[in-house]
Design a protein around this ligand. Structure first.
Ligand SMILES: Cc1cc2nc3c(=O)[nH]c(=O)nc-3n(C[C@H](O)[C@H](O)[C@H](O)COP(=O)(O)OP(=O)(O)OC[C@H]3O[C@@H](n4cnc5c(N)ncnc54)[C@H](O)[C@@H]3O)c2cc1C
Ligand code: FES
Ligand code: FES
Length: 1306
């Protein structure tokens, strides 16, 4: 592959962008790797490599096989597409759309202008997805925009600005969005005059201008049959089915081959290879043939997208195919746009064939359609027709699916299908189901033929609910007893298997019953009691919308001006450089970690011999090769954490060593070949509850403030509990969260003459530098670090990435060659710990009114295998949130489990402490049968009252200003009444609306200090800043540039911010907790003031001498020629930190729950945050929205699961871990930055915004509680129930507790 890099580079110069890929490129090469590493167009990113994140999206124009001579254009995930399958394709990458030099495409401009980028790592993929959508024949509508972002994850923005940006370009755009789009157009004026809106504008229409639109054309390797061999692995491209048969006939019986259509199946089942032959069916026209008539026939290569188009068409034009509308709607939620564009229905069926436990939606729905497959056999070229069930039992070795035939339905056929998923889109089903019945509405909905009740996700052998089908045959669906009995029979015959990564068997069984009831109620429609009719439909999500309100105080502009981020222009064009975008040096090697697969086990042997024999593998480094100390902890903790484990594997995923090879692919493959053997394997302890039960694994934490292990106490909590009028005890578990930094951990170590240049995705270069020095046993001054930006951090990159830097450094030192290690998502998720999970116990006393009198809380945090980074000792002043508790005791505990060391994660611990308090107030309200808001309002803190380990508040605007404003903006009183009315009228859908206030104290810890320098260039008066903070999406660079421009009195355009590096910013601390932005802005203000002060002296002299005010450039050049230093350095010393300040915020959030399935939707969320005088409202609104949505993920869909016997993380990729998508955010999201909020503290009157809104997301838990309680109360149970988080769809349904006895019809 490395050879191929060189050759392709030369070829590129000769052939411009036509790529002729030589046979020296291995057949298994993915398009993404070719684009990034051969073409060296790094705008296309890579993360999951399994089709689940969208960062690798490109747009392909390919020959339309159904319409010879024509092409079609769509978005493709380059991590899925195999390079050789792209022969003859035209690929457009982000580089082709536009950039600083050639002008931007309107989609790029829209994303920029709506502040749609933060860390920017997802941005190229987002833009290319949307660009692909504009290539369809239908006009782009807002609904299409929403639906098309189903495969693109963004962790930073919360999606709202991205959706607004793209919706502003639609035919039905909200007029206010259109207005904003016009502004952006005016600002950029870069639309191509040749191509209208669809070009790059590079030539600006000038005569002789050459269009620089950059497209990669992959020339067909050969118009006919192709065969390429790479060692013993072959790539074939037959041009007809008989050619395919002859290739298959020549394959040995022991060989594994793969038929390649979209190749998306590898995203689901990654370990099915290795293959000795790849057979691309792209050239076989027979497999694309469709027959659009009666019956409908689809060739095997027809993509899911194309099949859906045909289904819609047939449903509209052929009454007996109206059922295909149901299939099309179901397929709409299969995978995501890009997967559906290239993935075939036949490929999906083959996944089901190979893995019968796979919850294939395509299999189930085609089975419900009574479809018939045509299968061809390579041995004798014969064809056979068979049902889908027969197909599952057929040996498919050397057989090919040729087509599927879908018959018309009987006129009285009713079909309902379901896909119940942990989030709205791009998720496989907990359970999927199809109910097909022929019913006679004129005879009480009598079932006239044997129905089909098909269920997926139960167990590998379960398809038909035969007993229930037999029972329903001939019965009438509007008979109450029939419905209940059918559900009970179904409950008995459904026997879900039990795997730790799946939803519980109880849920899957109950879901099956609930779906049957939903179906019957849906079929009966208006024949059931109107209140019960709510069982039938699914929750309908409206088109989402957002509103943002903020003041614009122009006094200090550009500080306070809503401006897009400085980096956004390079992020939207793919020019922004992330670590793995740095071009490779010719001698650069690649590393891949070897990780343990067992927690709590002794390593008996490590055998890398087979891996080392693989061609292009260079070495395997392990603990014995470390010249210094085997620990990647320096100041980030007190306990060592080994770079490479030596004796006992503390957690599954711990690094054992690093394979180094000449290319990344080889390194990854070789790492999988290293055999690690274990002995003394003990059952791992994986949760706090297990650790407490085992004993000896918890310790009381030393308080950060007092330095003791004595509980923090205010008043007399124990005594007051004894005499409290009411007393409640309870506990609560809050789960972990993966940071989901879209740029994975990466590092690069380059030996140089006096040491090493180290590049790392780090939030804390000083600690990375110290780690490498410690591990290599060399001095800090021999290590140079420079960090331009990182693609998201959220705390993940404070310390955990340093294990990679250390590992790469050991290899680079021993080989004296540059070594780069870039993890994939799976490695990133299993290598490092996440947010700590928490367990709380509480004992609370209160009066009849709900007023708190006393509280004792114990909070346990799961630190993982080593207790370095738990925030639980910092939470004494946080636990009471914004409430007054006269007697309070807080005791923090750390628990060790056999898992990776957990680490800081956006708002660490703070969110859990506040969540605990909010849960306690909900408990009190439930007990007293009071409105939860009333209980909260009653207990709101007031100025001057004592607080635990903190000073009293001088002001408490939450009570008099923020909460009233929120209630008014959210129209709370009216909406609460509407929610109650809705709940009275609907038995099976329930709503809840909750209000949550928040206090967040912002104290600059004394250890947070940064070095920085502001430099003015005499040449032209421009300014460059370098500071010790790290830009990771939070807008630190934009804020410091605004402060410098304001202080020096120059336009913002004259200021740039350079990479952070460890010479000027030596000893700078970590960028986290929003302290970096505040303190670097503060430091830049100080440095700029110092510069201004000495330049003002010169200015006065000039004025005196010339009688004129000098221009900025005149002043700068005068200073230079008079030996005035134009550079100023500043160290944000603790003693000069700005004074601490209070942040207040509040949220109102409404949900709707489908009681029968547990699926819910956040209907609306209103958030108000006091951001002081915002330094940049665009940046701050973005921070609020992003943090809030990340918190919603924490409390709802993001669930960590382990294998209980090995301790391996089962949540290790996009398939098993589900952060919110663009379709999970509140349908209506309104954010207000508190008006008139300028304050005397902070930096120029501003406040931090990156963390507090995350805590407000606990409101979703309270709102869900209300909705669930509304249902339970109707069943006579209005008592308190524990709600551990995350509240997955499964958890919500289990808490509602519906059962077949409740399945009423009238
Ligand atoms: C992120 C993601 C999410 C997904 N979500 C869902 C989901 O929610 N529900 C769901 O049902 N599916 C889901 N899928 C699966 C997806 O539908 C399939 O990956 C896709 O349909 C496979 O088609 P393909 O053309 O890419 O197959 P390929 O990957 O090219 O091939 C898959 C297999 O089929 C074999 N094969 C292909 N064509 C033939 C043929 N004509 N005859 C014999 N063998 C053949 C190949 O040898 C290979 O083993 C998801 C996939 C991804 C990546
Ligand atoms: S979808 Fe391709 S890298 Fe994630
Ligand atoms: S901007 Fe989307 S992931 Fe960072």
């Amino acid at each position: 592959m490395r050879d191929a890099v060189l050759r392709a580079g030369q070829q590129q110069a000769l052939r411009h962008f036509n790529h002729k890929v030589g046979p020296d490129v291995p057949p298994w090469t993915r398009l993404v790797d070719y684009i990034r590493y051969v073409v060296q167009a790094p705008g296309t990113k890579a993360l999951c490599r399994e089709g689940g994140c969208g960062v690798c999206t490109v747009v392909a124009t390919v020959p339309d096989r159904e319409s010879p001579g024509h092409n079609k254009t769509f978005s493709v995930q380059a991590c899925q597409a195999m390079l050789y399958a792209c022969a003859g394709w035209k690929i457009e990458t982000i580089e082709g759309l536009g950039n600083r030099y050639t002008g931007y495409h309107p989609i790029q401009k829209a994303l920029h202008g709506f502040y749609g980028t933060q860390c920017g790592f997802c941005s190229p993929g987002m833009i290319m997805t949307m660009y692909g959508q504009t290539k369809g024949s239908e006009p782009l509508t807002s609904a299409k925009v929403e639906a098309s972002l189903d495969g693109n994850i963004c962790r930073c923005t919360g999606y709202r600005p991205i959706l607004d940006a793209f919706k502003s370009m639609t035919v039905d755009a909200d007029p206010t969005l259109k207005e904003r789009l016009v502004d952006i157009e005016e600002a950029y004026n870069g639309v191509c005059e040749k191509n209208g809106t669809d070009g790059c504008g590079g030539c600006k229409g000038k005569e002789g201008g050459r269009c620089k639109k950059r497209v990669m054309d992959f020339l067909p390797l050969n118009p006919g049959k192709v065969q390429i061999s790479f060692g013993s692995v072959h790539w074939f491209r037959p041009t007809n089915i008989h050619g395919m048969y002859s290739i298959l006939r020549n394959i040995g019986t022991e060989e594994k081959y793969r038929i390649v259509v979209g190749n998306t199946g590898q995203g689901v089942f990654k370990n099915d290879g290795p293959y000795s032959a790849y057979i691309s069916t792209d050239g076989i026209e027979e497999l694309y043939i469709t027959s659009v008539g009666v019956p409908l026939q689809l060739g095997a290569n027809v993509s899911l997208t194309r099949a859906m188009e045909l289904f819609h068409h047939m449903a509209k034009t052929q009454p007996r195919y109206s059922y295909l509308e149901v299939l099309a709607n179901h397929w709409q939620v299969v995978a995501n746009v890009a997967v559906r564009n290239t993935g075939s229905w036949a490929g999906n069926l083959m996944l089901k064939h190979a893995h019968q436990g796979f919850q294939s939606d395509i299999f189930l729905t085609l089975l419900a359609a009574k479809a018939e497959l045509t299968i061809g056999s390579a041995e004798d070229a014969s064809t056979t027709h068979m049902s889908l069930e027969h197909f599952l039992r057929t040996d498919m070795f050397k057989k090919v699916i040729l087509s599927v035939t879908l018959p018309p339905a009987l006129h009285n056929t009713k079909l309902r299908t379901f896909k119940i998923t942990p989030r709205a889109v791009n998720a496989h089903a907990y359970v999927n189901a199809c109910f097909r019945m022929e019913v006679d509405p004129t005879d009480n909905f009598k079932v006239t033929h044997k129905p089909s009740i098909l269920l997926g996700g139960i167990n590998p052998n379960f398809i038909h609910a035969t007993e229930t089908e037999n029972f329903l045959m001939g019965r009438r669906l509007n008979d109450q007893a029939t419905v209940v009995e059918a559900a009970e029979i179904l409950g008995r015959e459904v026997q879900p298997d039990n795997h730790p990564q799946d939803a519980s068997p109880a849920y899957r069984r109950s879901l099956s019953q609930a779906l049957l009831y939903k179906t019957i109620v849906g079929f009966l429609a208006n024949k059931v009691n109107p209140k019960l009719a709510s069982a039938g439909p699914n929750i309908e999500r409206p088109l989402s919308s957002g509103r943002q309100e903020f003041d614009m105080d122009r006094e200090a502009w550009p500080v306070g001006e809503p401006l897009p981020k400085l980096e956004s222009a390079t992020q939207i064009s793919g020019e922004a450089t992330y670590l793995d975008d740095i071009p490779y040096l010719p001698s650069e090697l690649h590393g891949a970690l070897v990780q343990t697969t067992h927690a709590n086990a002794k390593i008996s042997h490590v055998d890398a011999s087979e891996a080392l024999r693989l061609k292009d593998v260079v070495t395997f480094v392990k603990a014995a090769d470390i010249p210094g100390k085997n620990s990647f902890v320096v100041t980030a903790g007190v306990y060592p954490d080994p770079v490479f484990v030596e004796e006992r594997s503390k957690y599954a995923g711990q690094p054992v060593g690093l394979i180094v090879a000449r290319d990344r692919d080889t390194a990854v493959r070789a790492a999988q070949m290293v055999v690690v053997s274990y002995e003394d394997v003990k059952k791992p302890v994986l949760t706090i509850e297990q650790a407490l039960a085992e004993g000896g694994r918890d310790e009381i934490v030393t308080f950060a403030v007092t330095g003791t292990v004595e509980p923090a106490v205010l008043g007399d909590p124990e005594g007051q509990l004894e005499i409290a009028p009411h007393r409640l005890k309870g506990n609560l578990t809050q789960g972990s969260q993966y940071h989901l930094n879209m740029e994975p951990f990466a590092t690069r170590v380059v030996p140089i003459e006096d040491g090493y240049d180290v590049y790392c995705t780090t939030q804390w270069p000083t600690e990375t530098q110290a780690t490498v020095a410690q591990v290599l046993g060399i001095t800090a001054n021999s290590i140079n670090m420079s960090v331009r930006r990182i693609g998201g951090g959220y705390g993940a990159k404070i310390s955990r990435q340093n294990v990679l830097a250390a590992a790469a450094a050991v290899a680079a030192r021993s080989l004296q060659q540059p070594v780069r290690v870039v993890t994939d998502l799976n490695t990133n998720m299993t290598l490092a710990g996440w947010r700590d999970s928490y367990y709380a116990t509480y004992d609370v006393g209160f009066e009849d009114t709900g007023k708190l009198t006393s509280l004792i809380v114990d909070l346990y945090s799961d630190a993982g295998h080593v207790s370095n980074e738990s925030p639980v000792g910092f939470l004494a002043s946080v636990i009471q949130n914004c409430y007054f508790i006269p007697n309070l005791q807080y005791r923090p505990h750390i628990v060790n489990t056999d898992t990776a060391a957990n680490t800081w994660c956006r708002t660490p611990g703070h969110v859990n402490a506040i969540g605990t308090m909010e849960n306690i107030l909900d408990h009190i309200a439930s007990y007293l049968k009071k409105d939860p808001l009333e209980v909260r309002q009653l207990n709101l803190i007031t100025p001057g009252v004592p607080r635990l380990l903190a000073s009293s508040h001088e002001q408490t605007p939450i009570k008099d200003v923020i909460l009233p404003l929120l209630l008014e903006k959210a129209n709370f009183v009216q909406r609460k009444a509407e929610v109650e009315e809705f709940n009275r009228s609907n038995r099976w859908k329930k709503r809840g609306i909750a209000v949550m206030p928040e206090y967040y104290g912002f104290d600059y810890p004394s250890v947070f200090r940064y070095g920085l320098q502001v430099s003015i260039y005499a040449h032209d008066g421009t300014v460059a800043i370098t500071h010790g903070g790290i830009e990771m999406g939070q807008g630190i660079n934009t804020k410091v540039a605004q402060v410098a421009a304001y202080t020096l009195g120059i336009p913002l355009a004259q200021v740039v911010v350079k990479a952070s590096e460890t010479t000027v910013a030596a000893n700078s601390t970590v960028t986290s907790g929003s302290f970096g932005s505040d303190l670097c802005a503060h430091g830049v203000r100080k440095a700029s003031l110092a510069l201004k002060e000495r330049m003002d002296v010169e200015k006065e002299k000039i004025k005196k001498d010339t009688g004129k005010e000098p221009t900025w450039l005149e002043l700068v050049q005068h200073c230079f020629s008079h030996d005035v230093d134009l550079c100023e350095r500043y160290w944000t010393a603790a003693k000069e930190h700005p004074p601490r300040y209070d942040i207040w915020a509040a949220c109102c959030l409404e949900v709707e729950v489908d009681v029968l399935t547990g699926i819910y939707m956040i209907r609306r969320a209103d958030v108000i945050e006091d951001a002081g005088r915002s330094m940049n409202p665009f940046v701050d609104v973005g921070q609020v929205e992003g943090a809030f949505i990340m918190g919603l993920g924490l409390f709802t869909s993001e669930k960590l699961k382990f294998d209980p016997s090995t301790g391996q993380k089962l949540s290790n990729g996009t398939w098993e871990y589900k952060p919110p998508t663009a379709l999970d955010i509140p349908a209506d999201l309104r954010v207000t930055l508190l008006p008139n909020a300028k304050q005397p503290y902070g930096v120029l009157g501003s406040k931090a915004t990156g963390e507090p809104p995350l805590c407000l997301s606990y409101a979703v838990v309270s709102a869900l509680r209300q909705a669930i309680t509304a249902f339970r109360a109707e069943n006579g149970d209005d008592s308190w129930f524990q709600m551990d988080t995350p509240l997955t769809v499964e958890a919500v349904q289990r808490l509602c507790g519906a059962n077949p006895q409740m399945f009423k019809l009238g």
